[in-house]
Design a protein around this ligand. Structure first.
Ligand SMILES: NC(=O)c1ccc[n+]([C@@H]2O[C@H](COP(=O)([O-])OP(=O)(O)OC[C@H]3O[C@@H](n4cnc5c(N)ncnc54)[C@H](OP(=O)(O)O)[C@@H]3O)[C@@H](O)[C@H]2O)c1
Length: 341
Protein backbone atom coordinates (compact mmCIF):
# COMPACT_ATOMS: atom_id res chain seq x y z
CA UNK A 1 0.00 0.00 0.00
CA UNK A 2 1.28 3.49 -0.93
CA UNK A 3 0.33 6.18 1.60
CA UNK A 4 0.56 9.98 1.44
CA UNK A 5 0.67 11.96 4.69
CA UNK A 6 -0.19 15.57 3.84
CA UNK A 7 0.84 18.06 6.56
CA UNK A 8 3.42 15.56 7.81
CA UNK A 9 5.59 18.18 9.55
CA UNK A 10 2.72 19.60 11.65
CA UNK A 11 1.44 18.75 15.14
CA UNK A 12 -1.14 16.23 13.84
CA UNK A 13 0.87 14.98 10.84
CA UNK A 14 3.93 14.09 12.90
CA UNK A 15 1.66 12.30 15.41
CA UNK A 16 0.05 10.38 12.51
CA UNK A 17 3.50 9.16 11.45
CA UNK A 18 4.28 8.16 15.05
CA UNK A 19 0.97 6.29 15.44
CA UNK A 20 1.55 4.48 12.11
CA UNK A 21 4.95 3.32 13.41
CA UNK A 22 3.53 2.22 16.78
CA UNK A 23 0.73 0.23 15.13
CA UNK A 24 3.05 -1.23 12.44
CA UNK A 25 0.72 0.17 9.80
CA UNK A 26 0.87 -1.98 6.65
CA UNK A 27 2.35 0.61 4.27
CA UNK A 28 4.90 -0.35 1.60
CA UNK A 29 5.75 3.29 1.04
CA UNK A 30 4.94 6.50 2.93
CA UNK A 31 5.39 9.89 1.26
CA UNK A 32 5.25 12.90 3.61
CA UNK A 33 3.95 16.13 2.07
CA UNK A 34 4.19 19.64 3.51
CA UNK A 35 4.62 23.19 2.21
CA UNK A 36 7.39 24.28 -0.17
CA UNK A 37 9.25 25.54 2.94
CA UNK A 38 9.75 21.98 4.18
CA UNK A 39 10.35 20.22 0.85
CA UNK A 40 13.51 18.11 0.95
CA UNK A 41 13.54 17.87 4.76
CA UNK A 42 14.24 14.38 6.17
CA UNK A 43 11.89 12.82 8.71
CA UNK A 44 13.18 9.98 10.90
CA UNK A 45 10.64 7.14 10.58
CA UNK A 46 12.24 4.39 12.66
CA UNK A 47 14.01 2.07 10.25
CA UNK A 48 14.03 4.63 7.40
CA UNK A 49 14.24 8.33 6.61
CA UNK A 50 11.34 9.88 4.71
CA UNK A 51 11.88 12.91 2.47
CA UNK A 52 9.25 15.66 2.55
CA UNK A 53 7.72 16.54 -0.84
CA UNK A 54 5.69 19.55 -1.96
CA UNK A 55 2.23 19.06 -3.45
CA UNK A 56 2.02 19.07 -7.24
CA UNK A 57 -0.28 17.68 -9.93
CA UNK A 58 2.13 14.81 -10.69
CA UNK A 59 2.96 14.01 -7.08
CA UNK A 60 -0.65 13.02 -6.19
CA UNK A 61 -0.70 9.97 -8.47
CA UNK A 62 -0.40 6.33 -7.45
CA UNK A 63 -1.58 6.43 -3.82
CA UNK A 64 -4.03 4.03 -2.17
CA UNK A 65 -4.52 6.26 0.84
CA UNK A 66 -3.90 9.90 1.78
CA UNK A 67 -4.04 11.14 5.37
CA UNK A 68 -4.56 14.92 5.40
CA UNK A 69 -3.78 17.37 8.22
CA UNK A 70 -2.68 20.58 6.50
CA UNK A 71 -5.73 22.75 7.18
CA UNK A 72 -9.02 23.34 5.37
CA UNK A 73 -7.70 25.33 2.40
CA UNK A 74 -5.22 22.57 1.43
CA UNK A 75 -7.89 19.89 1.92
CA UNK A 76 -10.38 21.83 -0.21
CA UNK A 77 -7.91 22.02 -3.07
CA UNK A 78 -5.96 18.76 -2.84
CA UNK A 79 -8.19 16.10 -1.26
CA UNK A 80 -10.40 15.83 -4.39
CA UNK A 81 -7.25 15.58 -6.56
CA UNK A 82 -5.90 12.65 -4.53
CA UNK A 83 -9.36 11.02 -4.60
CA UNK A 84 -9.70 11.50 -8.37
CA UNK A 85 -6.25 9.94 -8.80
CA UNK A 86 -7.47 6.80 -6.93
CA UNK A 87 -6.62 7.34 -3.25
CA UNK A 88 -9.08 7.33 -0.39
CA UNK A 89 -8.55 10.50 1.66
CA UNK A 90 -8.94 10.60 5.46
CA UNK A 91 -9.18 14.31 6.21
CA UNK A 92 -8.52 15.94 9.58
CA UNK A 93 -9.68 19.42 8.62
CA UNK A 94 -13.24 20.67 8.90
CA UNK A 95 -13.51 21.19 5.13
CA UNK A 96 -15.58 18.08 4.25
CA UNK A 97 -17.05 17.00 7.59
CA UNK A 98 -20.60 18.22 7.02
CA UNK A 99 -20.78 17.34 3.29
CA UNK A 100 -23.63 14.90 2.77
CA UNK A 101 -21.61 12.38 0.75
CA UNK A 102 -18.66 12.41 3.18
CA UNK A 103 -18.85 10.03 6.15
CA UNK A 104 -17.79 11.56 9.48
CA UNK A 105 -16.47 8.62 11.45
CA UNK A 106 -15.24 7.69 14.92
CA UNK A 107 -13.79 4.17 14.72
CA UNK A 108 -15.53 2.84 17.86
CA UNK A 109 -18.84 4.71 17.39
CA UNK A 110 -20.01 4.60 13.74
CA UNK A 111 -17.47 2.54 11.73
CA UNK A 112 -20.17 1.27 9.32
CA UNK A 113 -20.55 4.80 7.94
CA UNK A 114 -17.26 4.17 6.08
CA UNK A 115 -19.03 1.80 3.68
CA UNK A 116 -20.74 4.69 1.89
CA UNK A 117 -17.60 6.73 1.18
CA UNK A 118 -16.97 8.28 -2.23
CA UNK A 119 -13.25 8.94 -1.93
CA UNK A 120 -13.14 11.26 1.07
CA UNK A 121 -13.74 10.33 4.71
CA UNK A 122 -13.70 12.99 7.44
CA UNK A 123 -12.11 12.74 10.86
CA UNK A 124 -14.20 14.68 13.41
CA UNK A 125 -13.23 17.71 15.45
CA UNK A 126 -11.09 16.65 18.43
CA UNK A 127 -13.49 17.79 21.18
CA UNK A 128 -16.46 16.18 19.45
CA UNK A 129 -14.50 12.95 18.97
CA UNK A 130 -13.78 12.40 22.66
CA UNK A 131 -17.30 13.45 23.71
CA UNK A 132 -19.10 11.02 21.37
CA UNK A 133 -16.87 8.18 22.62
CA UNK A 134 -18.75 8.58 25.93
CA UNK A 135 -22.13 9.54 24.44
CA UNK A 136 -22.36 6.60 21.98
CA UNK A 137 -22.82 3.84 24.59
CA UNK A 138 -25.27 6.00 26.61
CA UNK A 139 -27.33 6.74 23.46
CA UNK A 140 -27.64 3.03 22.67
CA UNK A 141 -28.63 2.09 26.21
CA UNK A 142 -31.15 4.79 27.19
CA UNK A 143 -31.34 7.39 24.39
CA UNK A 144 -30.22 11.03 24.68
CA UNK A 145 -32.41 14.12 24.51
CA UNK A 146 -29.90 16.89 25.13
CA UNK A 147 -26.22 17.48 25.83
CA UNK A 148 -24.73 20.67 27.28
CA UNK A 149 -20.96 20.62 26.88
CA UNK A 150 -18.31 23.02 28.16
CA UNK A 151 -14.77 22.43 26.94
CA UNK A 152 -11.31 23.22 28.30
CA UNK A 153 -9.08 22.96 25.24
CA UNK A 154 -5.30 22.67 25.00
CA UNK A 155 -3.19 24.95 22.83
CA UNK A 156 -1.77 22.09 20.71
CA UNK A 157 -5.29 21.93 19.25
CA UNK A 158 -4.35 25.11 17.36
CA UNK A 159 -1.04 23.69 16.10
CA UNK A 160 2.65 24.11 16.78
CA UNK A 161 2.64 27.94 16.65
CA UNK A 162 0.20 28.08 19.57
CA UNK A 163 2.36 25.72 21.63
CA UNK A 164 5.31 28.06 21.02
CA UNK A 165 3.21 31.11 21.93
CA UNK A 166 2.16 29.64 25.30
CA UNK A 167 5.76 28.66 26.01
CA UNK A 168 7.16 32.12 25.20
CA UNK A 169 4.48 33.93 27.20
CA UNK A 170 4.83 31.63 30.24
CA UNK A 171 8.60 32.09 30.21
CA UNK A 172 8.22 35.90 30.04
CA UNK A 173 5.73 35.96 32.95
CA UNK A 174 7.92 33.74 35.15
CA UNK A 175 11.05 35.72 34.36
CA UNK A 176 9.14 39.03 34.85
CA UNK A 177 10.06 40.15 31.33
CA UNK A 178 7.95 42.14 28.91
CA UNK A 179 5.40 39.84 27.26
CA UNK A 180 5.61 39.32 23.51
CA UNK A 181 2.32 40.47 21.93
CA UNK A 182 -0.17 37.63 21.28
CA UNK A 183 -0.14 36.48 17.67
CA UNK A 184 -2.07 33.20 17.52
CA UNK A 185 -4.77 34.05 20.09
CA UNK A 186 -6.59 37.38 20.54
CA UNK A 187 -5.38 37.65 24.18
CA UNK A 188 -2.58 36.34 26.37
CA UNK A 189 -3.07 32.59 26.89
CA UNK A 190 -0.41 31.98 29.57
CA UNK A 191 -2.07 32.02 33.05
CA UNK A 192 -5.38 32.92 31.41
CA UNK A 193 -8.64 31.31 30.22
CA UNK A 194 -10.16 32.42 26.91
CA UNK A 195 -13.86 31.87 26.17
CA UNK A 196 -13.11 31.76 22.45
CA UNK A 197 -11.92 28.77 20.42
CA UNK A 198 -11.54 29.70 16.74
CA UNK A 199 -13.58 32.64 15.45
CA UNK A 200 -16.95 34.38 15.46
CA UNK A 201 -18.25 34.54 11.90
CA UNK A 202 -21.02 36.48 10.15
CA UNK A 203 -22.38 38.02 13.35
CA UNK A 204 -22.80 34.61 15.01
CA UNK A 205 -22.45 34.72 18.80
CA UNK A 206 -21.21 31.09 18.82
CA UNK A 207 -17.68 30.37 17.61
CA UNK A 208 -16.94 28.14 14.61
CA UNK A 209 -15.59 25.51 17.06
CA UNK A 210 -18.85 25.56 19.05
CA UNK A 211 -20.89 25.18 15.84
CA UNK A 212 -18.69 22.21 14.84
CA UNK A 213 -19.25 20.49 18.21
CA UNK A 214 -23.01 20.90 17.91
CA UNK A 215 -23.36 19.78 14.27
CA UNK A 216 -20.74 17.02 14.25
CA UNK A 217 -22.07 15.36 17.42
CA UNK A 218 -25.47 14.90 15.75
CA UNK A 219 -23.99 13.65 12.47
CA UNK A 220 -21.74 11.02 14.14
CA UNK A 221 -24.52 9.81 16.44
CA UNK A 222 -26.85 9.77 13.43
CA UNK A 223 -29.49 11.58 15.47
CA UNK A 224 -30.78 14.99 14.40
CA UNK A 225 -33.12 15.00 17.39
CA UNK A 226 -30.29 15.14 19.97
CA UNK A 227 -30.08 18.77 21.12
CA UNK A 228 -26.52 19.97 21.72
CA UNK A 229 -25.28 23.20 23.25
CA UNK A 230 -21.55 23.98 23.47
CA UNK A 231 -19.26 26.55 25.06
CA UNK A 232 -15.64 26.10 23.99
CA UNK A 233 -12.83 27.54 26.08
CA UNK A 234 -9.06 27.65 25.52
CA UNK A 235 -6.88 26.97 28.57
CA UNK A 236 -3.10 27.14 29.05
CA UNK A 237 -2.55 23.38 28.76
CA UNK A 238 -0.18 21.96 26.15
CA UNK A 239 -1.99 18.73 25.30
CA UNK A 240 -5.30 17.14 26.33
CA UNK A 241 -8.79 18.55 25.97
CA UNK A 242 -11.26 18.25 28.87
CA UNK A 243 -15.03 18.36 28.47
CA UNK A 244 -17.70 18.79 31.13
CA UNK A 245 -20.86 17.23 29.67
CA UNK A 246 -24.36 17.42 31.09
CA UNK A 247 -26.30 14.59 29.44
CA UNK A 248 -30.09 14.43 29.56
CA UNK A 249 -31.19 10.90 28.70
CA UNK A 250 -34.57 9.63 27.42
CA UNK A 251 -34.82 6.98 30.13
CA UNK A 252 -33.29 7.25 33.56
CA UNK A 253 -29.82 5.71 34.06
CA UNK A 254 -27.94 5.54 37.35
CA UNK A 255 -24.35 6.79 37.68
CA UNK A 256 -23.34 3.20 38.57
CA UNK A 257 -24.87 1.77 35.39
CA UNK A 258 -23.26 4.56 33.36
CA UNK A 259 -19.86 3.72 34.89
CA UNK A 260 -20.38 0.03 34.06
CA UNK A 261 -21.44 0.85 30.50
CA UNK A 262 -18.49 3.14 29.80
CA UNK A 263 -15.99 0.80 31.48
CA UNK A 264 -16.89 -1.84 28.88
CA UNK A 265 -16.94 0.58 25.91
CA UNK A 266 -14.00 0.13 23.51
CA UNK A 267 -11.43 2.91 23.75
CA UNK A 268 -12.89 4.34 26.99
CA UNK A 269 -11.35 4.06 30.48
CA UNK A 270 -13.33 5.05 33.57
CA UNK A 271 -11.32 6.66 36.40
CA UNK A 272 -13.87 7.64 38.99
CA UNK A 273 -13.00 7.63 42.68
CA UNK A 274 -13.12 11.36 43.45
CA UNK A 275 -13.00 10.92 47.24
CA UNK A 276 -9.50 9.53 46.76
CA UNK A 277 -8.55 12.20 44.26
CA UNK A 278 -9.01 9.86 41.30
CA UNK A 279 -10.44 11.46 38.17
CA UNK A 280 -8.89 12.01 34.74
CA UNK A 281 -6.79 15.10 34.01
CA UNK A 282 -5.26 16.45 30.81
CA UNK A 283 -1.80 15.43 31.99
CA UNK A 284 -3.02 11.84 32.56
CA UNK A 285 -4.32 11.51 29.01
CA UNK A 286 -1.45 13.16 27.10
CA UNK A 287 0.22 10.43 25.05
CA UNK A 288 -2.65 7.93 25.49
CA UNK A 289 -5.11 6.72 22.87
CA UNK A 290 -8.04 6.04 25.20
CA UNK A 291 -10.62 8.60 26.25
CA UNK A 292 -10.77 8.88 30.05
CA UNK A 293 -14.08 9.51 31.84
CA UNK A 294 -14.72 10.35 35.49
CA UNK A 295 -16.82 12.47 37.88
CA UNK A 296 -19.90 10.54 36.70
CA UNK A 297 -22.72 11.81 38.89
CA UNK A 298 -26.42 12.60 38.93
CA UNK A 299 -27.37 16.20 38.17
CA UNK A 300 -29.26 17.15 41.35
CA UNK A 301 -31.52 19.43 39.31
CA UNK A 302 -32.86 16.71 36.96
CA UNK A 303 -33.63 12.96 37.38
CA UNK A 304 -32.66 12.10 33.82
CA UNK A 305 -29.40 14.09 33.72
CA UNK A 306 -25.88 12.94 34.43
CA UNK A 307 -22.70 15.02 34.60
CA UNK A 308 -19.51 13.57 33.12
CA UNK A 309 -15.89 14.72 32.85
CA UNK A 310 -14.34 13.49 29.58
CA UNK A 311 -10.64 13.86 28.79
CA UNK A 312 -8.83 12.99 25.54
CA UNK A 313 -5.47 13.60 23.86
CA UNK A 314 -6.45 16.01 21.07
CA UNK A 315 -3.48 15.04 18.91
CA UNK A 316 -3.93 11.27 19.33
CA UNK A 317 -7.55 10.02 19.65
CA UNK A 318 -8.75 13.54 18.78
CA UNK A 319 -6.92 13.44 15.44
CA UNK A 320 -4.05 11.09 14.51
CA UNK A 321 -5.09 7.83 16.17
CA UNK A 322 -8.64 7.96 14.84
CA UNK A 323 -7.32 8.81 11.35
CA UNK A 324 -5.01 5.77 11.42
CA UNK A 325 -7.81 3.59 12.85
CA UNK A 326 -10.03 4.68 9.93
CA UNK A 327 -7.23 3.87 7.48
CA UNK A 328 -6.92 0.40 9.03
CA UNK A 329 -10.69 -0.15 8.81
CA UNK A 330 -10.76 0.98 5.15
CA UNK A 331 -7.94 -1.48 4.41
CA UNK A 332 -9.44 -4.42 6.33
CA UNK A 333 -12.90 -3.88 4.86
CA UNK A 334 -11.57 -3.72 1.29
CA UNK A 335 -12.67 -0.09 0.88
CA UNK A 336 -9.40 1.28 -0.55
CA UNK A 337 -8.34 2.04 -4.11
CA UNK A 338 -9.16 -0.62 -6.69
CA UNK A 339 -11.46 -2.42 -4.24
CA UNK A 340 -13.66 0.70 -4.16
CA UNK A 341 -13.79 0.99 -7.97
N1 LIG B 1 -4.00 20.03 16.54
C1 LIG B 1 -5.07 19.30 16.82
O1 LIG B 1 -5.30 18.89 17.98
C2 LIG B 1 -6.05 18.97 15.74
C3 LIG B 1 -7.04 18.05 16.04
C4 LIG B 1 -7.95 17.71 15.04
C5 LIG B 1 -7.83 18.28 13.80
N2 LIG B 1 -6.85 19.19 13.53
C6 LIG B 1 -6.77 19.74 12.18
O2 LIG B 1 -5.62 19.21 11.52
C7 LIG B 1 -5.08 20.21 10.62
C8 LIG B 1 -3.61 20.47 10.94
O3 LIG B 1 -3.49 20.90 12.29
P1 LIG B 1 -2.08 20.97 13.04
O4 LIG B 1 -2.43 21.31 14.44
O5 LIG B 1 -1.27 19.77 12.76
O6 LIG B 1 -1.40 22.25 12.29
P2 LIG B 1 0.15 22.63 12.16
O7 LIG B 1 0.95 22.09 13.28
O8 LIG B 1 0.16 24.10 11.91
O9 LIG B 1 0.64 21.87 10.80
C9 LIG B 1 0.20 22.26 9.53
C10 LIG B 1 0.80 21.34 8.48
O10 LIG B 1 0.29 21.73 7.19
C11 LIG B 1 1.40 21.94 6.31
N3 LIG B 1 1.12 22.93 5.28
C12 LIG B 1 0.93 24.26 5.43
N4 LIG B 1 0.79 24.86 4.22
C13 LIG B 1 0.90 23.87 3.29
C14 LIG B 1 0.88 23.85 1.87
N5 LIG B 1 0.69 24.96 1.16
N6 LIG B 1 1.02 22.66 1.24
C15 LIG B 1 1.22 21.51 1.96
N7 LIG B 1 1.27 21.47 3.31
C16 LIG B 1 1.11 22.64 3.98
C17 LIG B 1 2.52 22.39 7.22
O11 LIG B 1 3.76 22.25 6.56
P3 LIG B 1 5.04 23.21 6.92
O12 LIG B 1 5.66 22.60 8.14
O13 LIG B 1 5.90 23.06 5.70
O14 LIG B 1 4.50 24.58 7.13
C18 LIG B 1 2.32 21.42 8.39
O15 LIG B 1 2.84 20.15 8.04
C19 LIG B 1 -5.99 21.43 10.76
O16 LIG B 1 -6.99 21.36 9.77
C20 LIG B 1 -6.62 21.25 12.13
O17 LIG B 1 -7.85 21.89 12.25
C21 LIG B 1 -5.94 19.54 14.48
Amino acid sequence: MRVAVVGATGAVGSTILGVMRERSFAADEIVPFASERSAGRKIDHGDRDLTVAALSEDAVRGFDLALFSAGSAISAEWAPRFAEAGAVVVDNSSQWRMSEDVPLVVAEVNPDALEGHRGIVANPNCTTMQTVMALGPILHEVGIERVVMSTYQAVSGTGQKAVDELHRQAEAVIEAKELPPPVVYPHQIAFNVLPQVESFQDGDDYTTEERKCMRETRKILGRDDVAVSATCVRVPVYTGHSVSANVQTREEISPDRCRELLASAPGVVVIDDPANGLYPTALDVAGRDEVLVGRIRRDPSHDRCLNLWIVGDNLRKGAATNAVQLAELLHVRGLLGAARA
